[in-house]
Design a binder for this molecule. Sequence first.
Ligand code: ATP
Ligand code: MG
Length: 451
Amino acid sequence: MTWAPLLRLQEALGPDAELVLVGGAVRDELLGRPHADWDLATRLLPQTVMSRARAAAMKVIPTGLQHGTVTVILEGRPVEVTTFRSDGDYLDGRRPESVVLGVSLEVDLSRRDFTINAMALPVGGGDLVDPFGGQKDLAARLIRAVGDPLLRFAEDGLRPLRACRFAAQLGFEVEAATLAAIPARLEVARKVSVERVFTELDKLLRGVEPNRGLTLLAESGLLDLWLPELRPMIGCGQNRHHRHDVWGHTLQVVRLVPAEAGLRWAALLHDGGKPGTRALGPEGEAHFHGHEARSLDLADAILERLKASHALRKEVAALIRHHGTHPTDEWSDAACRRFLRKLAEDALPLDRWAAFRLADQRGKGLNLETREREHAALMVRLTLMAAGAPPLSVRELALDGGALMALTGRSGGPWLGELQRHLLEAVIEEPGLNQADTLAVLALKWLAGNP
Ligand code: ATP
Ligand code: MG
């Protein structure tokens, strides 16, 4: 969306509205970053915003009147317009007891979390309103609390996590006093609802420097509130295949996978089972037999606790389940096809598995050239094979269930599934067999042996 519809809204609301763009949108505009939402603020009370916008034939929804917020639809997109407000006392470390509408813009900005989020840009033109030095902190790439961080983090326990999130999203540092206030406010942070925590963790992971955000979580103690199972990864030594300990490797993989939720969460959790399965071999080398299954259980328990969506849990589980499989030159074509079938059964596209594997390999930090060359060769083989669309499920057999029943004169039953699996095994072994007449011969032969 461009400024033009905002100007029309400004016209509709009138000059006394003092309509300004606030918060993340201002920060992102100044940074030249794309942003999803445009948050606006005004001196007008919500009822006045509604009546004036409606008088100009704009669609308005009273989405949060008690907080001073109405949503105006501009060019088909919802834009929140909130009355300048201050927050009453915070008693529970989560939400203000009350909000006071009709305060000045400066007071509104002072309730905001960080200086870079506490600037306003007048829609009708005019200077940036920046009472807390947000622009200077943007230039210095610093996340700094508005006011005393100890007080601000006592009001709302989500703010420490948001500091780490913005550090990861923007690649900024958290200013020293702001950072130092986090450990002292962990008990407040502990009270925050899991939904708000998940949203912030998810944004942190999808940031440009998720490893920076995760390191801040670990160092400040926030990690132990929401992801305590990951703490043993720190300092958990590995073997000659790895440059880093399990946590260091994890940070690398999170950074190296594309910035999509499934891949990033899987990267964070894929080796969570390593500390619990660590054992030393005869040569004194560490190994982690069965860690994939342990990581899988741990990841799912964590994502369930954080109320992640079913789709995310499924994708993360599939990525973790298959991250320890490394088809080599010695694998037969049939073995590779069986592997492709497993990916298909888990609805995991080959390219996503590959993106994860490549990051996992690179994250080992040793013999990178060899690993990348091997990965590329493996992917040529698997991609060519997948492009040939070999039958990988019973649905793709040249004879379907109906045809098999007609052929054998039998009605449906467990035998049918067994026969189909038998035929699929044969076809995966040798795709050329997937012809109706060939399968008919195989089916009748199987039936003779399984009356
Ligand atoms: P994003 O790009 O993720 O939307 P954002 O900065 O816009 O980042 P929002 O959660 O959309 O973040 O909040 C909008 C604005 O509201 C923030 O920029 C900040 O000014 C203020 N804000 C949000 N959450 C808090 C909070 N917990 N405490 C104080 N101010 C907050
Ligand atoms: Mg926002």
